[in-house]
Design a protein around this ligand. Structure first.
Ligand SMILES: NC(=O)c1ccc[n+]([C@@H]2O[C@H](COP(=O)([O-])OP(=O)(O)OC[C@H]3O[C@@H](n4cnc5c(N)ncnc54)[C@H](OP(=O)(O)O)[C@@H]3O)[C@@H](O)[C@H]2O)c1
Length: 173
């Protein structure tokens, strides 16, 4: 069935100290990152938190699913979900091959465990800011590619796949 194997990718620009945002202020301006975000996500579904959506607005050529707990919230041309898992299920039910969790901090935190991959722009700055990307633990994520640029790297992660150890393979526990 289409959508059954859907990829769920968190896409974010993350400073060296984990910061991704400070209210409505832009922390950096990296045109290459904007271009790449557009190219990667075009034609696919973006999942946003309500705050991030209200900050950046609707982006052309992509379906938007906005997460909010406010049942009365709506915006033109936007689908609404009551949770991140519900938003992912909506994308899967529509037969998407891939959807992108596009922030902000609360939505990345809630969505990380659903992700099949991370597409991170590591920004080599350490600004002050309230919103953060959750820790990318080496126990759970392995780096599979890195493209270095001046002041930032494009980095991809996939989940660590653990081989069953002797105890697990014996079915103990
Ligand atoms: N650097 C990057 O790549 C990047 C990307 C995106 C955003 N950002 C930054 O991130 C910051 C915003 O992040 P944020 O954490 O403040 O807000 P956010 O994650 O964008 O949105 C938070 C809102 O989402 C809704 N929400 C959160 N958890 C939910 C859940 N489990 N179920 C349903 N709805 C839920 C709530 O909306 P209601 O209050 O309506 O219920 C909540 O107020 C901004 O500074 C922005 O610039 C950075």
């Amino acid at each position: 069935m289409r959508g059954e194997q859907m990829q769920v990718i968190a896409i974010a620009a993350v400073a060296d100290n984990g910061v991704i945002g400070s209210g409505d202020d832009m922390l950096w301006h990296i045109p290459e990152d904007f271009r790449r975000f557009k190219a990667v996500t075009m034609g696919h579904t973006l999942i946003f938190g309500r705050r991030t959506f209200e900050q950046i607005g609707k982006l052309p050529g992509r379906r938007h699913i906005v997460c909010t707990r406010d049942r009365s919230w709506s915006a033109d041309g936007v689908d609404v979900a009551g949770s991140v898992p519900q938003a992912v299920a909506m994308a899967r039910d529509a037969g998407e091959d891939v959807c992108y969790i596009a922030g902000g901090g609360q939505i990345y935190a809630d969505g990380l465990e659903l992700c099949t991959g991370l597409d991170i722009t590591e920004v080599h700055q350490s600004p002050d800011g309230r919103a953060r990307f959750p820790e990318i633990s080496a126990e759970q994520w392995r780096e599979v590619s890195r493209e270095a640029h001046d002041g930032f790297d494009f980095v991809r992660y996939l989940p660590v796949v653990r081989a069953a150890g002797p105890v697990e393979s014996l079915g103990e526990g």
